[in-house]
Design a protein around this ligand. Structure first.
Ligand SMILES: [Zn+2]
Length: 60
């Protein structure tokens, strides 16, 4: 499903095999972001931790 290409990993700021992870926006401009598998795993862990943290909040 994911397509890896040679390019710049914006998360780890290094060159290697990366995949498109989505666009970023700043001041009304948009650019594509690519990240390597190691940095994607780091982001998945961040998302899991963030989601778990959010789930612990009381529902109001
Ligand atoms: Zn990386």
């Amino acid at each position: 499903m994911s397509r890896f290409v040679q390019g710049w990993c914006l998360i780890g700021r290094h060159y290697g095999l990366v995949q498109f992870i989505g666009p970023v926006e700043s001041h009304g401009m948009r650019a594509p972001v690519y990240a390597c598998e190691g940095c994607c795993e780091y982001m998945r862990q961040y998302i899991r931790a963030n989601t778990a943290q959010r789930d612990q909040r009381p529902a109001v």
